[in-house]
Design a protein. Structure first.
Length: 101
């Protein structure tokens, strides 16, 4: 029995898998190159069918320190950068009201 392995074209081999992208609000920007982003999502309760608002905090790497407290940002999953950081800042969607002043 022989099995042949077919190589994918070079363009497909270089392409990484899809990255998870989340949108949330910056709750802390006090650390060096790290921000804390709170992401809210709506989930239906399995028994009572009520819609609940679930929030979760993610630590994200902000290399240029572009995000400030209150900004709405988009983060993307990455390799582990530290004990808690598994996300990177992709872009700042809307600056906070305090940044506009």
């Amino acid at each position: 029995m022989t099995t042949e392995t077919q190589k994918a074209p070079a363009a497909e081999q270089d392409k990484r898998g899809e990255r998870t992208v989340l949108t949330g609000k910056v709750t802390s920007a006090k650390m060096e190159k790290t921000i804390v982003v709170e992401v809210q999502r709506l989930v239906q309760h399995p028994k009572y069918r009520r819609v609940l608002k679930i929030s979760k905090k993610f630590y994200a790497h902000d290399e240029k320190r572009a995000a400030k407290l209150g900004d709405t940002v988009r983060i993307v999953s990455s390799r582990p950068l530290s004990r808690l950081k598994r996300w990177r800042l992709k872009e700042v969607l809307t600056p906070s009201a305090s940044a506009k002043k």
